[in-house]
Design a protein around this ligand. Sequence first.
Ligand SMILES: [Mn+2]
Length: 403
Amino acid sequence: MRTVVLLSTVVVAAVGVSACQGGHGHEKEWTAEEVKELERKWGFEYAFSGIGSFAHLKHVKCLTTPSERFDIGIIGVPFDTATTYRPGARFGPRAIRQASSRQTSFRGFNPRANINPYQNWATILDCGDIPVTPMDNAVALAQMTVAFVELGQRGTVSPLLQKPKLITLGGDHSLALPALRALRKIHGRPLRVLHFDAHLDTWHPDKYPSAWPSDQAHFNHGSMFWLAGNEGLLANASAAPSVHAGLRTRLSGDDWDDFDDDTRQNWVRLSADDIDDMGTSGIIKTILDSFAPAAEGDPQDPVYLSVDIDVLDPAFAPGTGTPEPGGWTTRELIRILRGIESLNLVGADVVEVAPAYQGAGEETALAGAQVVYEILSSMVKKGMHEMGKTGGAGSGGGGHDEL
Ligand SMILES: [Mn+2]
């Protein structure tokens, strides 16, 4: 008891001194050298310290800070009220950020990609979250659409980019619809999608039968690509398909109608089992062939990369809304992502991380954070190629170390 009293006295005294100094404007004047010394002594975060932004990146709430320019923005969308089975992906952005703790610009060199995305030409920010209502999905869809349009039209730092690129941390998969709406508007043309998922997500809303029909129910995490196609957001020429990879979902009814409808919507399908026959290299080749320009030298079409973490086997990613046994390993997915780094990615998401169902070791969120890192590596590396540089330590613009 005595100790407690003594401690309280000390605290009161300390507060008193602080208030005296602050309240009367007698703050110590810090010289530049002194501030530099503070930075030298304390300007460092261990993997496990500091406020939890993605990869310790500078955090700016970009939606309320329009003056802050960036080349690549990490944006969280903590939204999960369009799920059909397990909810919980609203906690995905926080879980992915937490799991990204050991990603630092200091030790960020990606040996698989021969580049450190955090020490290069790109200014990468953690843009915070879009505050999306959990109570009204019509409002939520409007909020996400407005936010993606707003952020996607911001000014960039590098002259390499006309518009910044966003990587979205989900959130359930329905957020791909507002993301595609924004990109369709910003780029002035339909998009092509590379979609890693156990499921099709091109389901006609009637595939979720209900005696209580509702237009609002069309907006769900299994129909957003059907909606996107109907809204003209996706390229519809047969020579310009979108691609699913990692499929193993059960289908409706007693036939192939779901696949037939998916084909009519201009999608190419790679199943999870295909990897046994063609290997990761065959998966990569099929994807790249599908997205190849019609003629050599033609510009690449803009591609939106959408990664549902349930593309991984539940052994690797149990923390998700609709797990399906028989999926890819984390290593296989990383290998495939590295193999497709030449694609012209204009935006990306990592969705359906629902940490309540993952193990204490955070395997699902770790996989999500790693996927974001691989996408960042690809986006930055693509920019280096456009500058005529190749990947490698020190060959970029000497970016600021956010540690
Ligand atoms: Mn999905």
